[in-house]
Design a protein around this ligand. Sequence first.
Ligand SMILES: [Zn+2]
Length: 366
Amino acid sequence: MSQTRFIPACTLIGLLALAGCATPQSRVPTVDQNSTLNEAQKQREMVVEDFVSTNKRLQTVASKIIVNGAELCGDKVAPYFGIHTWNEDNFQQEWKRAVQAKYGLTGQIHIANVASGSVGDVAGLKAGDVIQSINGWLAPYGKDGPDKFSEKLKELGKSGKPVEFIIRRSGEEKKIAVSPTQACDFKVSLSADDGKNAYADGKNIVIHKGMMDFFRTDEEIALVVSHELAHNSMKHIDAQKKNAIIGGVFGLLLDVAAAAGGVNTNGNFTRMASNAGAGAFSVAFEQEADYVGLYFMAIAGYKIDDAPNFWRRMATSHSQSISMKTSHPTAPERFVALETAVKEIKDKIKNKQALKPEMKTSSKAK
Ligand SMILES: [Zn+2]
């Protein structure tokens, strides 16, 4: 199909005589600057609101996985309370007004979200609570306040005893004691990036907003979080001598794309593919993350049956750019391995066996 046929006549004429073509004919209303600024503010508030509700959804799923899967994380566990905090200094100037207006953020430590069902939730902490102190330690101010706070909270949680929060809610001070639980010690974060991607870097698990928008169910969120968690818990980054890894979810896609001889030239996918290509996990690591990840998911109580289909959907979501008619063995092999793992786990559940990945007896994962 030739594209030239569709060049609008105006464009051709325009090349010859720049004036007189495609000038608006109607008189559109004039806008004043204040209204424009207010509109921009309103839109920022909507963006923040969407981000906050998406993050709450992510953290609620992630919380179940890192708590229930603690045993699979070996020595990489830490006391966990199920809360995330923020303050206005975490935002650049133009966003500050939006979070102040929408969430009343100040320089103090505010609870951004409480994972549903977590110990913090059960104890009664709520998003919006302003933390005054924990066990008498005054909550810090400033940009790195939330990080300092979470370090201190972890430290206090090591005793295993309840930590006493003094919080302010609707002008009233409250005392809430929260008993910590153990969880895998990897921070799960939502990034504002629109790209459909997720990655693990040995310490963190980062899910892009674009990826969250792609998920249809909580099972799909659980699958990707579990897969990335497995990369971290199985120390894939250490094993690769701390290469800058931005591979994650796209290991599989890349296999398909590489086999098809490349990707199209427009938009996100090329950018993501080249990011991912810089340090993608090897196929063996991907398969191990699939395998161990399914265990994390099952232990947290998520249904694993649709896992292979989700990866298929990921791999084919760029169908214009990737030919699926590939002779490359990796992708099909991975699907078959996934289906075998699903069966292995379901058999164990049926036979009431412990949900532990099968390990090579002599050495750990290669
Ligand atoms: Zn991966």
